[in-house]
Design a protein around this ligand. Structure first.
Ligand code: HEC
Ligand code: HEC
Ligand code: HEC
Ligand code: HEC
Ligand code: HEC
Ligand code: HEC
Ligand code: HEC
Ligand code: HEC
Ligand code: HEC
Ligand code: HEC
Length: 549
């Protein structure tokens, strides 16, 4: 016997007349879900709320999922409340039982209630099909044909370029939020999608990002050629404002957690997190003064290290708390007297003799002429300046060392009287060079090299000075981000007579403030890319045999 369910609106609801539906099935599912046999737009109901079925005497209502929670409506007038609706058993009609459903009194007012019911599909008022076709056509034209035409027809491009971004037809094909870095030109689809319906090629990215380099030299480590990988395997687009790659240290650890699995010849340590599992730093220093060749030596390796920058300098002596003698008496030196940040603030400018040392180390050499200063330059320049000084003094009648024939330009022959002043100047210059200049004026700071026996006695050499621009080239460090930290917190310079082994900070100092990727509440969360870059600009991605994929 089919059940007749009669919906009786509340007075004042804009629904007329009462709605009758007869259900032939044994069970009628009732709930908020559109799949229910009887959809009731009632926030108080669950999606699948109850099942109505017939019993011998009347109607049973069973809550879905709670088999024993069952209510029987046996006599006419029996009633039950589901959410904000009441269900009442009415007298049966000719065909079967009749159940009346009506919104309970109280709660929402009639107008709100009817608006809700009218929005429901169970009360179709419009010719749905016609509307469906109309809307589908509009979507096709506006969402596909217009953007397609605007992409394909060159004549439309000027017009579109002039339109505000939000009104450009292509915005309709936007499949997701652009990454924040590209948000500025996100509607210029063609800057990445060079050809419609062809996946984005790396060459489109490289057109703007020409400086993007390899991670490691692919000739050294096979299988690491980025020219064979499409950029978007790592740099997703249309997936939200942030570049996920920045925080994702799992990507780095997938290789660096066990680097020899990827690259058996590697000498790098395995690394999984800065806070827990990262090796002590290994500064790159000059270990061969002659060639300038460098090596990495792990901090903690006992010193003194074979640091051969060819420059003598001791911090402890110059930074003495009592000061150090300068031209105008004692001066207390501080770090910025010699180390000034570069333009970006990230690194320190190289120390410069003229700017940082000359005021105190004035390159005087002749006790009888304190006004004579040598230029800080190549030894040849020094030699010619020396000859100039002594030459004019000898001509003016001054005498320095006795003329020594051995130092004369033509060995073995005594100078003629006419040549005597020149010989005297030359010999005085050579003597000055050997004694005070090479050993004191220049030799105080430089490991000067004497001329070979028999060569011009003025031909001393000053080996090149190697002061590395960076001691930790495998990472990036930014002084500008640490201006609130005292230099001495990281560099034990005031007390140090040593080189980099004593001056550079170890990892434990960084860990005072930097934790691994997860952070730990107080310390700064530092995933790998906060200190390391992935693409090394000096290893340009060149694509052998043509454009990258
Ligand atoms: C900065 C470069 C860039 C710009 C600009 C850009 N896209 Fe994309 N788009 C991509 C990349 C890369 C993918 C592939 C996504 C992936 O695999 O993560 C993609 C994927 C898509 C896809 C999915 C189909 C496919 O080829 O994978 C659609 C559709 C799309 N873009 C539409 C647009 C529209 C429309 C615009 C302009 C409003 C636009 N894009 C601007 C880079 C860009
Ligand atoms: C029309 C030029 C242009 C094209 C094409 C382009 N980009 Fe960019 N990209 C930029 C600009 C501009 C920035 C912002 C640079 C900045 O902030 O210093 C940027 C930033 C980035 C960044 C850095 C994001 C960050 O958070 O710092 C990545 C990664 C990037 N682009 C990858 C790509 C990839 C991959 C493609 C190809 C799908 C691509 N770009 C195509 C211009 C372009
Ligand atoms: C195997 C993964 C991978 C591939 C492939 C890749 N990148 Fe990257 N890219 C990264 C990682 C990791 C970063 C590090 C993010 C950082 O430094 O903040 C990065 C950073 C960048 C940056 C911003 C920082 C910088 O070095 O300037 C740009 C721009 C960039 N990539 C462009 C590209 C382009 C263009 C391509 C394709 C030729 C590409 N990437 C391919 C992983 C990748
Ligand atoms: C696909 C594997 C792979 C991934 C992913 C990877 N690396 Fe590497 N990385 C290598 C290899 C291989 C080397 C070279 C090892 C060697 O020289 O002994 C290397 C070298 C390095 C070095 C030493 C730098 C140098 O110039 O030699 C650093 C630092 C580094 N990677 C950091 C990172 C960071 C940070 C990430 C994540 C953004 C990352 N790597 C992701 C494979 C990977
Ligand atoms: C009178 C000048 C002078 C002053 C003042 C000075 N330095 Fe230096 N510093 C130098 C010179 C010169 C070098 C290069 C020495 C070398 O290569 O052996 C150097 C090198 C360094 C280095 C690199 C490590 C190395 O062995 O080359 C650090 C770090 C450093 N100084 C920190 C400091 C700090 C911190 C202060 C203040 C507490 C300071 N310096 C004050 C002249 C100075
Ligand atoms: C404020 C003055 C002052 C400045 C600036 C200064 N020095 Fe000195 N330096 C001295 C004095 C004074 C001595 C001699 C100390 C002594 O003999 O006790 C000295 C000694 C030295 C010595 C010899 C150490 C030894 O024991 O033989 C070297 C090398 C040196 N300085 C290098 C430098 C360099 C390099 C710079 C610039 C980066 C520099 N100094 C800047 C005052 C200065
Ligand atoms: C007080 C220490 C000091 C004295 C004294 C000194 N120099 Fe220097 N010299 C330096 C420093 C520091 C540098 C590296 C920075 C620069 O170039 O200013 C340098 C660099 C040089 C260079 C360049 C080396 C290269 O790598 O290209 C030459 C050449 C040189 N000095 C020659 C001399 C000569 C010749 C004298 C003696 C007349 C002299 N210096 C005296 C500190 C000194
Ligand atoms: C938070 C720690 C920290 C603080 C604070 C700090 N430094 Fe450094 N400094 C470093 C590290 C790490 C390096 C090695 C970086 C490199 O060479 O790649 C370095 C390198 C240097 C160098 C070698 C040349 C260079 O630029 O790489 C000098 C000189 C220097 N620091 C001077 C200073 C002075 C002066 C101050 C104070 C104004 C200072 N530092 C503050 C950590 C610090
Ligand atoms: C707080 C900064 C910081 C963080 C975060 C960091 N590193 Fe480092 N890392 C350094 C410094 C500094 C060095 C020393 C660089 C050098 O010796 O030239 C270094 C060295 C390395 C080296 C060379 C290892 C060796 O054997 O000497 C590798 C590889 C490396 N880091 C990978 C990673 C990876 C992968 C992560 C993320 C899990 C990471 N780093 C996180 C600062 C950092
Ligand atoms: C006294 C605390 C302190 C110490 C010690 C310290 N840092 Fe930092 N570091 C900071 C702060 C604060 C910032 C800025 C963080 C920010 O801008 O979000 C920072 C930023 C950085 C950044 C830039 C991160 C980025 O995302 O741009 C690097 C790289 C870095 N530190 C490396 C180091 C290294 C390497 C050491 C050890 C030699 C070190 N720090 C020691 C406090 C410290």
């Amino acid at each position: 016997m089919p059940i007749l369910i009669r919906f009786r609106p509340r007075p004042g609801m804009d629904i007329d007349p009462a709605l009758d539906r007869r259900f032939d099935a044994d069970e009628v599912r009732i709930g908020r879900s559109p799949e229910s046999d009887l959809v009731l737009r009632d926030e108080a109901l669950r999606f699948h709320h109850a099942v109505i079925s017939q019993s011998d005497t009347g109607i049973r209502i069973r809550a879905v999922g709670q088999e024993r929670d069952e209510i029987a409506l046996d006599a006419v007038g029996d009633s039950v409340v589901l959410g904000s609706h009441s269900l009442t058993l009415a007298p049966p009609d000719a065909e079967g039982p009749v159940l009346v459903i009506e919104p309970c009194a109280g709660g929402e007012d009639a107008a709100t209630l009817s608006a809700r019911y009218l929005a429901g599909l169970e009360l179709p008022r419009l010719a749905v099909r016609r509307w469906a076709w109309g809307l589908a056509l509009a979507v096709l034209v506006l969402g596909f044909l217009v953007p397609l035409a605007s992409t394909l027809l060159p004549s439309s491009r000027g017009l579109i370029a002039a339109a505000p971004a939000a009104l450009r037809p292509s915005i309709l094909w936007q499949v997701g939020t652009m990454s924040s870095a590209h948000a500025g030109f996100g509607t210029e689809c063609r800057s990445c999608h060079e050809t419609p319906f062809v996946p984005v090629r790396s060459s489109a990215c490289l057109a703007c990002h020409a400086g993007t380099g390899q991670h490691v030299d692919p000739h050294r480590v096979p299988g690491m050629d980025l020219a064979e990988t499409r950029c978007e395997t790592c740099h997703h687009e249309h997936k939200g404002a942030v570049q996920a790659i920045r925080e994702d240290q799992g990507f780095c650890v997938s290789c660096h957690g066990a680097i020899r699995r990827q690259f058996p010849a590697s000498t790098l340590a395995d690394i999984s997190d800065f806070g827990r599992d990262h090796p002590e730093f290994a500064p790159t220093i000059v270990t061969d003064a002659a060639t300038g060749a460098t090596s990495r030596i792990r901090l903690g390796t006992p010193g003194p290290w074979p640091d051969h920058g060819n420059l003598r300098f001791t911090h402890a002596q110059h930074l003495a708390a009592s000061g150090i003698k300068g031209p105008d008496g004692n001066r207390v030196l501080t770090c910025p007297d010699c180390h000034r940040p570069d333009a970006s603030g990230a690194q320190m400018q190289p120390v410069k003799m003229e700017r940082d040392c000359l005021a105190c180390h004035q390159l005087q050499f002749e006790p009888s002429h304190p006004e004579w200063h040598l230029p800080h330059g190549q030894p040849e320049e020094v030699a010619s300046r020396l000859l100039g000084f002594y030459g004019s003094a000898v001509l003016a009648g001054e005498r320095f060392d006795p003329v020594r024939d051995a130092l004369f330009a033509r060995p073995g022959e005594a100078p003629t009287p006419a040549e005597l002043p020149q010989a005297a100047a030359h010999s005085a210059a050579a003597a000055a060079m050997a004694s005070s200049i090479a050993r004191a004026a220049c030799g105080e700071c430089h490991a000067t090299v004497a001329p070979a026996p028999g060569a011009d006695p003025l031909a001393w050499t000053v080996p090149p000075v190697h002061v590395p621009a960076s001691f930790l080239p495998l990472a990036r460090f930014d002084h500008a981000k640490h201006t609130s930290v005292a230099c001495q917190n990281c560099h034990a310079s005031e007390t140090s007579d040593g080189g980099p082994e004593a001056l550079l900070p170890g990892i434990s100092i960084c860990r005072q403030c930097h934790a691994g990727a997860a952070g730990d509440g107080q310390k700064i969360a530092s995933p790998c890319v906060s200190c390391h870059v992935y693409h090394h600009a000096e290893l340009a991605i060149s694509a052998p045999g043509g454009v990258p994929k």
